[in-house]
Design a protein around this ligand. Structure first.
Ligand code: IVH
Length: 677
């Protein structure tokens, strides 16, 4: 039965709202409404569709997880072949490429390039018919791919309907399906918990997730997508440049990376390469290089293709991040919470330009699963600034005398018994703070940059302080004297004075940093921030019972129990009392931002790379100065802070006439305001 007009209207309206909020959430990473608000809209639509089944259409957000893949992955012939890119590895390769393009154009002028990340995922082609998502296919061999429509439909970042009243009659969007690093981490944690094999990297995880016969499984894997070009196109006059095409796709609410840019000449290309190389570890997704494309579409056509790759574009790859080496031994490290981590000692090897001599093996199960033995040849991987890890064993090179690893039954540092709870992957030293390894780790964490930020208190120094009995717990730091410190190895008068000063300066920190610094199990920075906001004081948090804690965002049973347990411990209470006695006084965020600053209550967007600090630090500062950080530039943005290689957000800001600060202006505000403390 056909639904009444007002019901049809209501459903269309709900779909529009849901699509809008999904875009804010999945594409811009800047939601406007709460998850609960979103769920409410979704349930309202579901209820309408249940009452009026004729309302259901394939582009309804309720239909993302639809029927299975009846005929597996049927072959699809691409209307235009999906090509690959040639690779450049060195600066000379890049100038050679640019020269060939210039020669092909017979041009002496500086060329304009659209530059973007080389996403490390899988190439996908999406077909939109009159603005409606119709089908998706993998690249396959370039000529024929596989129909993965049902699975791609579950990717929330991909709009089921383009946001325009005048869509092309047919449009093929090309791009990359990938898994964000954080979703990859979560997936692998889940895999481990379920005793399943973890994925080697986000690309494998994305590929495995896309090729599932059940779309419900794909949906649970949270894949992401970035568009990087257009294939077939009918009923739309394409803009004259590649960058403008991507901007148009973004306006239709297709996800397009904002790390892309337009640059001039070879210097521009290489500048982008090195800037992105530095940002790489901080990007939310994996990239294996950058891609340069001649920006002008007419010139692209003029330069043309060689074999199966365009001559007007090239991928400039980052150095390989995997290498093969010999595993000499497996040592066991004791962490802050007593967790014992097996660490591989390697014959030093260069991985992506950095010498690696140790790699983590995570835990005992991981050693078994990968079947790593002492004496094996192993593949080692490092990505950005994360700890290198063993990817796999080269079984064909296993020597006959390779030895299996056995987890010690006693802590290698303090000798206490090691236990492993039945539902835990890790074995733990039961020595608690009697174990000097745990004490050291706790101190080191306390002093770390994102906790109390005590400059100059590195690992070596912590070792000495603990080994010589000068410091037993974090509070002892505050009574260290210059005389005590100068007696230590490699500690001059000057560094001792600086250290005492930075310890003293750390006494006034925002509450969330102190909470994080305490090292409560399961309380990371975000939870610390939420707790600080909710309770406003350390005493408030200490007095909260389980029920009071469970009200805080993202605090579940495990976290609440860990917090209660931490503050019930007499030793912990004693240390906190000592800290207070020494004048450590945490200030809640609201107390800091009571004072008016030029950005109080303003909505601020960060873009590009800052030289002096990480993005997290910048975000921290903005929040401390009373500003609110949002992900994307809109009319509601008050200020954009642009570092190096700022991309489309900067263009957007200029378009909307929003104030833009460079890093110096931002630093000036920080200096002025922190001086005023
Ligand atoms: S353009 C005609 N842009 O790299 C060239 N490709 O080696 C079409 N890729 O199969 C590709 N990021 O899967 C282009 N920003 C980007 C890319 C990108 C990743 C992948 C894509 C392609 C492969 C080519």
């Amino acid at each position: 039965m056909r639904a009444p007009t007002d019901i049809i209207q209501q459903a269309a309206d709900l779909r529009r709202q849901i699509a809008y909020h999904a875009w804010r959430y999945y594409v811009l990473d800047d939601p406007e409404i709460s998850d609960a608000g979103y769920d409410r809209l979704f349930r309202e639509l579901e209820a309408l569709e249940t009452a009026w089944p004729a309302l259901v259409s394939s582009d309804s957000p309720t239909q993302r997880v639809g029927g299975g893949l009846a005929n597996g992955f049927a072959p699809v012939t691409h209307a235009l072949p999906m090509l690959s890119l040639n690779n450049a590895f060195t600066d000379a390769d890049v100038s050679g490429f640019a020269q060939r393009v210039a020669d092909a154009l017979g041009s002496q002028q500086t060329l304009e390039w659209a530059v973007e990340p080389k996403f490390d995922g899988l190439a996908i082609s999406l077909i939109y018919q009159n603005g409606k998502f119709l089908a998706a296919a993998t690249r396959g061999d370039g000529a024929t791919g596989e129909d993965v429509t049902a699975n791609v439909r579950t990717i929330r970042a991909i709009p089921l309907q383009l946001s325009t009243d005048h869509p092309p009659s047919r449009l093929e969007v090309r791009g990359e399906v990938l898994m964000l690093k954080r979703d990859f981490q979560r997936l692998n944690d889940d895999q481990l918990k379920q005793g399943a094999k973890p994925f080697a990297n986000p690309r494998n995880a994305a590929a495995g997730s896309l090729r599932q016969l059940s779309p419900a499984v794909t949906a649970s894997r949270r894949l992401h997508f970035f568009a990087y070009g257009v294939g077939l196109c009918e009923g739309w006059e394409m803009p004259p440049t590649h960058s403008a095409i991507l901007t148009q796709l973004a306006e239709w609410r297709l996800p397009v990376s904002d790390v892309r840019q337009v640059v001039q000449g070879v210097d521009g290309l290489l500048g982008y390469y090195y800037t992105i190389g530095k940002q790489r570890a901080h990007l939310p997704f994996e990239i294996d290089g950058v891609v340069y494309k001649l920006n002008n579409m007419a010139l692209q056509a003029q330069v043309g293709y060689v074999a199966r790759a365009p001559r007007f574009a090239i991928a400039h790859k980052f150095p390989a991040e995997e290498a093969t080496t010999e595993l000499l031994a497996i040592e066991v490290q004791v962490g802050r919470t007593g967790a014992l981590t097996p660490v591989a000692v390697l014959e030093p090897v260069s991985v992506g330009g950095v010498t690696v001599s140790h790699a983590t093996l995570h835990n005992e199960d991981e050693v078994r699963r990968k079947d790593v033995r002492i004496g094996d040849w192993v593949n080692v991987r490092r990505a950005g600034d994360v700890i290198p890890e063993i990817v796999s064993v080269v079984f064909s090179r296993r020597p006959p005398n390779a030895r299996e690893f056995v987890m010690p039954t006693h802590c290698p540092v303090c000798g206490a018994v090691v236990i492993r709870l039945p539902d835990e992957a890790v074995a733990r030293c039961t020595g608690g703070l009697h174990c000097s390894a745990q004490r050291k780790q706790a101190l080191w964490h306390f002093a770390s940059r994102r906790a109390m930020d005590i400059d100059g208190l590195g690992e070596k120094l912590v070792d000495q302080l603990v080994d010589q009995g000068l410091v037993e717990d974090p509070a002892d730091l505050y009574r260290l004297t210059i005389t005590q410190l100068t007696a230590l190895d490699r500690m001059g008068e000057k560094s001792a004075t600086n250290l005492v000063e930075s310890i003293a300066a750390s006494r006034h920190v925002p509450l969330e940093r102190l909470v994080y610094a305490l090292g409560i199990r399961h309380v990371g920075e975000q939870t610390a921030r939420d707790l600080a906001r909710h309770f406003g004081s350390l005493t408030g948090i200490m007095q909260a019972d389980r029920d009071a804690l469970l009200v805080v965002r993202d605090v579940g049973d495990v976290v609440a129990d860990a917090i209660v347990q931490f503050f019930t411990d007499a030793h912990h209470r004693h240390v906190i009392e000592k800290l207070m006695d020494y004048g450590v006084e945490s200030v809640s965020r609201s107390a800091v931002s009571v004072r008016q600053t030029p950005i109080s209550g303003r909505s601020v967007v960060l873009t590009g790379t800052l030289a002096a600090m990480t993005r997290d630090d910048a975000r921290d500062w903005i929040e401390r100065l009373g500003g609110k950080v949002t992900g994307s530039v809109s009319r509601k943005t008050d200020l954009v802070i642009a570092g190096e290689a700022a991309g489309s957000k900067l263009e957007k800001a200029a378009e909307l006439g929003i104030t833009v600060w460079n890093e110096q202006e931002f630093m000036a505000l920080i200096n002025e305001q922190s001086g005023a403390h």
